[in-house]
Each structure stands twice: as C-alpha cells, then as structure tokens.
Design a protein. Structure first.
Length: 219
C-alpha cells in the first residue's frame, strides 16, 4: 500500500516508516495537518495514519478536509484516550483509533485489519448476475446503474462479498466492520443489512439471513 504518515514527532514517523517499509509498503511523511492536506491534493493514498494533536492544523480537522475529496481509510493516533475523543473521531469517519504510547507491532496489525475491511489488495471487481461490486473503487452497480450507499453500508457489503459463502455472526461483523472500539449492539448490523438490501433491490437475495447466527453472502 501507499501510506501517508502524519505526525509532528519525527521519531514516531521514523519508527512507523521502518515497520511499514519492512512489510513492503510505500511510505510518505507529512509533518502536520496542513502538510497532509497538501500532499493528498496531488496524490492518492491507500491509507492515512494521522496524529490528532498537531500544530497549524490538527488531525481531525485535516481528515475532515481530506474527506471532502478523498474517501481514504484513516487510523488516528492520539495521546488522548477518553471515550469522548474516540467517539468524535469515529463520527468523523476514522476507521481506527490508537492511543499513544502504542506498540508498533499492534499498529501494523491494525493497518492490516483496516486494509482488509477496506478491500485494499483484493480483486477489483466482482459480478453476481446484475450486481457489480467494485471494491477498490468503492462503487456498486445494480443492473448497470450506480447506487449510493453510506460508508458503513459499503464496508458491510464489501466484507460480506469478500467472504462470500462464509457464515458471519453479528458479533464478527460488528468487530470487522465497525471495529472493536464501537459502542453499540448487534441491532446495528440488522439495521444496516435492512437498508443495504433495500438499495440492492432484487439482488437483496444474495444477503442470506442465518437464523440465530447472522448473515452470509451467497451467490
């Protein structure tokens, strides 16, 4: 992946760069939020690792600005681990939130998990009758017509498609799609499945309910 590390602490950038490059990723550095916004204007990244507290422009404001034009996964880093800070970051669309100090190995695991949820590195387009799922481009077409989904509906569909034929419990879907820091219950999954099925029209049939368990994509 091509990953942008955004942190005003050079030592943290260097440590993360070393670990990420050791796993084969291409790494670009930014020293603050303003630098990150500028770098994202001219380049597409597969993932952002963004510190929260930075001079000139904080990480949350930078993510908000970048997300106006780029739908890129983001892992937030912060010395603040209060529940309010995490919830606010997730409301802005953060895919994960890591509290400093952290283990670089744990962060690498989280990078892999976010990449998996976001469909990075998997087959670009899958077709199931009239349903076309472009995971890398984050596009879904029903009988040739592009449909609009919420970010979580996209992620839920992509995760089910990537694991087609495999039974998924509601708890597993909550963990993989919403993250282990999500504050909610499995009714969230049912609600999103309902709206997702409505958007898929006749191809709602591919999302099968497993009574007493959860769901699977069966096509």
């Amino acid at each position: 992946m091509k990953i942008l590390i955004v942190d005003d602490e050079e030592m943290i950038r260097e440590v993360l760069k070393e670990y990420l490059q050791a796993e084969g990723h291409e790494v670009v550095e930014a020293i603050d939020g303003v630098d990150a916004v500028e770098k994202c204007r001219g380049t597409d990244y597969d993932l952002l690792i963004m510190d929260v507290m930075m001079p000139r422009l904080d990480g949350l404001s930078a993510v908000k600005e970048i997300r106006k034009n780029k739908d890129v996964p983001v892992i937030m880093l912060s010395a603040r681990g209060e529940e309010y800070d995490k919830l606010f970051a997730f409301q802005l669309g953060a895919d994960d939130y890591v509290t400093k100090p952290f283990s670089p190995r744990e962060l690498m695991a989280r990078v892999g998990a976010v990449a998996k949820r976001s469909g990075i590195g998997v087959e670009r387009t899958m077709r199931f009758e009239g349903l076309e799922v472009d995971i890398a481009g984050r596009n879904v077409f029903v009988d040739g017509e592009k449909i609009s989904l919420t970010p979580k509906e996209y992620e839920l569909l992509f995760y089910l498609v990537k694991n087609k034929g495999i039974a998924m419990t509601r708890e597993k879907l909550l963990y993989e799609v919403w993250g282990f820091d999500f504050y909610g219950d499995d009714r969230t999954v049912d609600t999103h499945v309902k709206t997702l099925r409505s958007a898929l029209k006749e191809y709602r049939k591919f999302i099968v309910t497993l009574r007493g368990c959860g769901y699977k994509f069966d096509a």
